[in-house]
Design a protein around this ligand. Structure first.
Ligand SMILES: Nc1ncnc2c1ncn2[C@@H]1O[C@H](COP(=O)(O)OP(=O)(O)O)[C@@H](O)[C@H]1O
Ligand SMILES: [Mg+2]
Length: 333
């Protein structure tokens, strides 16, 4: 099969840590054609969506060692219509430029896109999780999204707990996630004003969320493939930080899903599949869903190492199965 990765530039890949290179390596090892391209290369010519793609030249023997494979890769660079691929795998870093989705709209009925364009559009920021239907208040922490300072101040004043979490709507990698404390109320109005109106000319929504007890011990990242958990780890924050993200110094530990985690994954997994979010990373604290990461979730290398597995095999198996099914359906039409 032919797979195109729309992703960050090849030279930015750290082969020791990167998740995308592990998936690419597995696919190339199985003899599939892999091309990579960057969103800035997307082009429309005569109503056809193309991209300047670097196609990996076939190798007679693919190195089993990822850094050696990375170094050995040679490319054939040319414009290719995206419609000629079986799979498009979105592996760019957040934040997603929504215009990329407009380019993909024109081919979304012909190519299997991971994740689906409409799903990416819907889950492109933290409203997706905040608006998750949870009438019994079992799955997500109490969450408010607003840019109304008076409303948010009232929520903080009325909160039973001293601590709450505040974060920007479209942040990632832990950026801007802070704890606010009712006992330090004199700072809060200024903070809210900064988060909401700090960007001159454009006001922002913020998220105010119940502080989930147990967050001191870190959060759990679960990788979900077609609605099923395929691997997990715990991320522990640096001392003195509330954020467990690896990008801000969180460390990783082996983790086995609890019964409550599994129930959460099943419920959330069904929605992810309905929304075309076939590959996603859930952030869970104490059995509560904090965030759904749908654009290029990482941690494959760490989960592999902690559990002596190769998650990229499951991903390649999955893609092969999906594409075989699509070919069969096309043939029978
Ligand atoms: N409600 C919460 N209670 C406790 N800790 C939280 C909460 N929300 C976020 N955190 C901490 O901050 C980190 C980053 O928050 P998250 O919502 O996942 O945003 P990001 O997109 O920046 O990763 C989480 O992994 C967790 O460690
Ligand atoms: Mg997160």
């Amino acid at each position: 099969m032919k797979i195109c990765f729309i992703m960050y530039p090849w030279h930015r890949i750290d082969p020791k840590q990167d998740s995308s290179i592990r998936i690419i390596h597995e696919l190339v090892s199985r003899g599939h054609e892999v091309a990579i391209t960057h969103p800035s290369n997307l082009t429309i010519r005569d109503s056809v969506t193309l991209s300047l793609c670097k196609t990996i030249k076939p190798q007679s023997k693919v190195s089993g060692n990822i850094p050696s494979f990375y170094k050995s890769v040679e490319f054939d660079e040319r414009m290719r219509p995206l419609q000629e691929f079986d799979v498009i795998f979105m592996r760019d870093n957040p934040p997603l430029d929504a215009l990329v989705l407009n380019f993909l709209d024109s081919i979304k009925d012909d190519v299997f896109i991971l994740n689906a364009v409409d799903g990416l559009r819907e889950a492109n920021n933290k409203i997706y999780t905040a608006a998750y239907y949870d009438p019994e208040r079992e799955l997500i922490p109490a969450t408010h999204v607003s840019k109304n300072i008076d409303y948010l101040l009232r929520i903080i004043e009325e909160s039973e707990n001293d601590k709450m979490i505040m974060k920007p709507l479209d942040g990632y990698g832990g950026s801007g996630v802070i704890v606010i404390e009712k006992s330090a109320m004199h700072n809060i109005k200024s903070l809210l004003d900064f988060y909401i109106n700090g960007n001159k000319g454009k006001s922002n929504y913020v998220i105010l969320q119940e502080y989930v007890e147990g967050a001191e011990d870190g959060d759990v990242r679960v990788l979900m493939l077609h609605g099923e958990p395929i691997g997990a780890l715990r991320r522990r924050p640096l001392k003195g930080d509330v954020r467990s993200n690896i990008s801000v110094g969180g460390s990783v530990e082996k983790y086995t899903l609890t019964k409550q985690d599994k129930i959460l994954c099943k419920k959330v997994g069904e929605k992810l599949v309905r929304d075309g979010l076939y590959y996603a990373g859930l952030d869970i604290i104490n059995g509560k869903l904090i965030e759904v990461n749908v654009l290029s979730p990482g941690t494959i290398k760490d989960i592999n190492k902690l559990n002596n597995v190769k998650l990229q095999r499951k991903i390649a198996d999955y893609l092969e199965k999906v594409v075989a099914k699509i070919h069969l359906e096309k043939a029978s039409k």
